[in-house]
Write a protein that binds this ligand. Structure first.
Ligand SMILES: Nc1nc2c(ncn2[C@@H]2O[C@H](COP(=O)(O)OP(=O)(O)OP(=O)(O)O)[C@@H](O)[C@H]2O)c(=O)[nH]1
Ligand SMILES: [Mg+2]
Length: 415
């Protein structure tokens, strides 16, 4: 545990207290212990030191008095501000962007996530060319088990040119992985199944919902996604298929959560992970209704969806963690569901809502498939929801629910 102090500039925004509380959670997510919090009210940052000179000295005193190992500042600072502030407080200074990058770096498990985080980290360093606060911390505690930050070289040895070369190299590797993903995505499109993506603020309960649905309707042996009460537990995308007896199957995907002011480089680097969101037919925005700031979290989620170009995909609102609020649940009203991801009835209701949204335009028809056309029966069996079957001398009689596309295709057999 690294002992730290957090500090923030209160620029008269209504979000300030919430933003500081979230910043403390982010620090905890990077295994840091917050000793104390200092704030300053001001209209704007001071150009040289971010905080005013008086506050900077106060921070230095607090660092000494509390024996803090680092100072974390809840904003993105300029390289000059970081350097000047470090000279005053005499411990490494870490800004919000660097902290989020560090958490992502610690959480990254798959090759793709690791590459994406590394690219974002290098892009953050490119205009700064400074030793990161985390690196300094590692050096101080010699042999600290921080995340992998480059193969053996200290970062101040890296020139702009070598940094850029590394970025290009990593991007190339990422493209190779993206090609495989494109093949997977084509296979998915060929399967013709609709894709439903869970999106939402970090810690809202996306993975809990995803796993819950798999336990109820999915294959029994599939790997479940990590669920944890920590920010950014999930960093990659998983896709699974849910099968139902009525043939109204669909795919679900779980992916990385969003946060206020997600660093732009990180969003850019995570494009391939977020591609599934763009390809989705339906988004389920999972919201932690038990969190007092859930509305701001929804606004941040929607802003991010716009940024990645997924702003126009139809969306259902899923207000989660109702069990913590002593509300009646599950309760659904016009495209919204109040539910709990750890409650079976809630999950059954969620599936009903999804199906209604995806398959609401299905039509019910009677068909007569002549025996000489019985090769089409297989297609019916796989794609339609067959309600009744009987056999006559002329062929097979079916009552079935079909998609508009299938209805058109088999219009000649319609009774
Ligand atoms: N009481 C209660 N807790 C829940 C519910 N759903 C999720 N949680 C808890 O909320 C925390 C976060 O859940 P996750 O499913 O990991 O959240 P996530 O949205 O996938 O988070 P990231 O992967 O970090 O973006 C965990 O501690 C869960 O156990 C719920 O319906 N009720
Ligand atoms: Mg998750």
């Amino acid at each position: 545990m690294t002992e730290i102090i957090i500090a923030g500039l209160d620029q008269h925004s209504t979000d300030f207290d919430y933003s500081m509380a979230e910043f403390a959670s982010l620090a905890e997510a990077a295994e840091m212990h917050v000793l104390t919090t200092l704030t300053q009210a001001a209209d704007h940052p001071t150009s040289g030191t971010y905080f005013g000179r008086g506050k900077a000295d106060e921070l230095a005193t607090a660092v000494t008095a509390n024996q803090a190992e680092a100072l974390l500042v809840n904003d993105q600072l300029s390289p000059t501000q970081l350097r000047n502030l470090e000279e005053i407080v005499k411990v490494p200074v870490i800004d919000r962007t660097e902290l989020i990058l560090e958490i992502f770096s610690r959480r990254a498990r798959t090759k793709r996530a690791k590459l994406q985080v590394e690219i974002a980290r290098l892009k953050y360093q490119l205009p700064r060319l400074r030793v990161s606060g985390f690196n300094k911390l590692d050096q101080q505690s010699s042999g600290g088990q921080g995340a992998n930050r480059g193969a053996g070289e200290t970062q101040h040895e890296l020139t702009k040119r070598t940094l850029q070369q590394r970025i290009n190299q990593l991007r190339h590797q990422l493209q190779e992985i993206a090609k495989e993903n494109t093949t997977q995505s084509r296979a998915r499109q060929r399967s013709g199944l609709p894709l439903v993506a869970f999106v939402g603020y970090t810690n809202a309960g996306k993975s809990t919902t995803f796993n819950g649905l798999l336990d109820l309707f999915g294959e029994k042996t599939a790997n479940r996604n990590l669920v944890k009460d920590q920010l950014f537990a999930t960093l990659d995308t998983s896709i699974r298929r849910l099968d139902f007896k009525d043939n109204k199957s669909f795919l679900i995907s779980d992916t990385v959560g969003f946060i206020n002011d997600l660093p732009a480089d990180l969003l850019e680097a995570f494009k391939t992970t977020l591609e599934t969101v763009n390809e989705a037919d339906l988004l389920i925005q999972v919201v932690d209704l038990s969190h007092s700031e859930y509305k701001k979290m929804m606004a941040a989620t929607e802003k991010t969806l716009q940024q990645i170009g997924a702003g126009n995909i139809p969306m259902l609102y899923a207000y989660n963690k109702a069990d913590k609020l002593h509300l009646t649940y599950p309760l659904s009203e016009g495209g919204q569901l109040t539910y709990s991801a750890i409650d079976q009835n809630s999950l059954i209701k969620l599936v009903a809502l999804i199906k209604n949204q995806l398959f609401g335009n299905y039509q019910q028809h009677d068909y007569l498939i002549p025996f000489q056309a019985s090769r089409f029966l297989e297609e019916f069996n796989q794609q339609a929801n067959i309600l009744e079957t009987s056999y006559t001398a002329a062929g097979t009689l079916l009552k079935a629910e079909v998609s508009p596309k299938l209805a058109q295709k088999f219009v000649q057999f319609q009774q």
